[in-house]
Structure formats: structure tokens, C-alpha cells
Design a protein around this ligand. Structure first.
Ligand code: CO
Length: 297
């Protein structure tokens, strides 16, 4: 996000880059032995940087999962080895994909406890600029939480729910739920508000912004509220939602969203920075960060 000037040098991956899949499920071989020393070095730089930052900021659920897996400073993890460890815990495996894949392909993997992870890693000169999820985002950001059985079940339910939501034409609502939980979710741990969203935990700058900056709203999680709230894909979020505990994910994995979709169809969406009278507000954001983007200050 920091170096938009580099855009013209970017490679595009997966569906965005016009990739034509050889296999119907879009998986590719990770070819772990082909990663260069520089690519492993980029992983190590990213890993070491995040590990200085996340103790006391990441949810204990995440830290417990990370400790339990072969995700280390040594280099890009071998997906086979990582999957063998993860599968013993929660039955999930990680499969390599070239980058972004079509929704139905993504949901199908998830519904079958396969997590599609980008095979490539960002370039060393673009540590903070990422327009597509790479191996660091997907593995470091997301996989530790999947050691947690509640998250593991939620992710599978999301995959199945995604296939259904696509058929019903209501994918936007479900995508917002994913965005504000799996990607950018905060949670109340016994010691305070912590991060569990992989989009935050894999980002050096957003880790502090999401938790500590006065600019964004931090609002208590409410399923319908979240499903009605737009999000931004190009910048830090203007609002983060705080789940009261991991039980919220457990409850949602058992919930039939059908009636909720029907209700939401009759209601309007909320803007990025809206704060409602019904919100439980942990922090009413100043909005300073996003205002400065507009004025270029
Ligand atoms: Co992600």
C-alpha cells in the first residue's frame, strides 16, 4: 500500500493475471525446492518483523496456533509438511494456487477443508505493497487460526455457505462477513482487544493501525450490522469489528443465513465510517487517516 509507484512493475497472478488453469481446481505444485534464497529471505524479513510486533496484539488463539505449526523464520514453509501438521489438528490441508482464483473454486476448496494459498511471494522491494494475497499473507496471516477447531469449522461452513450465497445472488453479504472477521477481525481476549484477522496480522503497518490508531472506528461485532457494511480493498479499513469471543464464530457456523439474507435485501447498506446509535462503540474514530488521503496531506 505504501508504494503505488511500483504498480507498473507488478506481476499479476492467478485470475487477475489471466492465468489459464491446467487443473479444474486451479491447484498447482508448490515446487518448494524452486524457491530462491532471496525469496526465503523475503519471508524471513517479513516473519521477523511481524514477530516483533504481534505479541500482545495478536489473539492468544492465533499465537497458540502459530506455536503449533512449522511456520518459522527459516523460510517459506513447505505446504506438505505444514499440511501434515495442520491436518492432525483440524483436518485442514493447504493447497498451492497461482494467486486469486474464481469464487466457486475457492468455496469448493474451503467446503472440503482445503485452504488455497498463493504460491508466490512478494518482491523484496515491495514488502508493504500487496494487491494480491501471496504466500506470506495466506500462510502467516491465516493458517495459525485454523489450528483452532472453532475457526476450522467456521471456514468450512463459509465455503459451503459461499456456494449457496452465490446461487442465491447474495454473495456480497457473506463476503463482508469474511472480510470483517477472517481478514480484518478483532476479538476480545481475556487481556483486552486483540487481532485475529489474517489481513491485519500479515501487515506490518495495519497491525498497529487496526488496534491502536485513533483514526478507525472499533465497533462491537453484530452479524447483520457487519453484513450491511461496505469495506475497502485499497486501503486500511475505516471500521473494524470486535467479536466478544471465538464463540461468535461457533454460533455463526451453526446459523442458517437464508432468513437473514431475505431481511437484508430490504435494507440499505452502511457506509465505511458510519457509526450507528445501536453500535457498541469501543473507539469512535477520528477519521484522520482517511481524511488525509483525500487531501493529500
Ligand atoms: Co486473506
Amino acid at each position: 500500500m505504501d508504494s503505488a509507484l511500483d504498480t507498473k512493475h507488478d506481476e499479476k497472478h492467478g485470475i487477475v493475471g489471466g492465468y489459464v488453469p491446467e487443473r479444474a481446481d486451479w491447484t498447482i505444485d508448490q515446487n518448494w525446492h524452486d524457491y530462491t534464497a532471496e525469496e526465503h529471505g523475503t519471508w524471513k524479513t517479513l516473519f521477523d518483523r511481524q514477530m516483533k510486533l504481534i505479541p500482545g496484539r495478536a489473539s492468544q488463539h492465533y499465537m497458540d496456533g502459530l506455536k503449533d505449526l512449522p511456520i518459522t523464520a527459516d523460510g517459506i514453509p513447505d505446504f506438505e509438511r505444514l499440511s501434515d501438521a495442520l491436518e492432525k489438528r483440524t483436518g485442514w490441508r493447504v493447497v498451492a494456487v497461482p494467486g486469486m482464483v474464481p469464487n466457486d473454486v475457492f468455496f469448493n476448496h474451503m467446503a472440503n477443508r482445503r485452504f488455497p494459498a498463493g504460491q508466490f511471494i512478494r518482491k523484496a522491494h515491495q514488502l508493504d505493497y500487496l494487491q494480491e494475497p501471496d504466500v506470506f499473507h495466506d500462510i502467516f496471516g491465516h493458517v495459525p487460526m485454523m489450528v483452532n477447531p472453532v475457526m476450522a469449522d467456521f471456514m468450512q461452513a463459509y465455503g459451503a455457505g459461499g456456494l449457496r450465497a452465490e446461487r442465491l445472488g447474495v454473495l456480497d453479504y457473506l463476503a463482508r462477513l469474511y472480510w470483517y472477521t477472517v481478514e480484518f477481525g478483532l476479538i476480545q481476549d481475556p487481556d483486552g482487544i486483540r487481532i485475529f484477522g489474517g489481513g491485519i496480522l500479515s501487515s506490518f503497518t495495519e497491525t498497529r493501525f487496526a488496534l491502536e490508531d485513533p483514526s478507525p472506528n472499533r465497533i462491537g461485532f453484530d452479524l447483520e450490522r457487519v453484513m450491511r457494511t461496505k469495506y475497502r480493498i485499497d486501503e486500511f479499513q475505516e471500521t473494524y469489528f470486535v467479536m466478544p469471543s471465538i464463540d461468535t464464530l461457533f454460533d455463526m457456523a451453526q446459523t442458517d443465513f437464508g432468513p437473514i439474507y431475505e431481511k437484508l435485501k430490504t435494507q440499505s447498506d452502511y457506509g465505511l465510517a458510519d457509526v450507528l446509535a445501536s453500535d457498541r462503540v469501543f473507539n469512535r474514530g477520528t477519521g484522520a487517516y482517511h481524511k488525509a488521503l483525500l487531501t493529500g496531506v
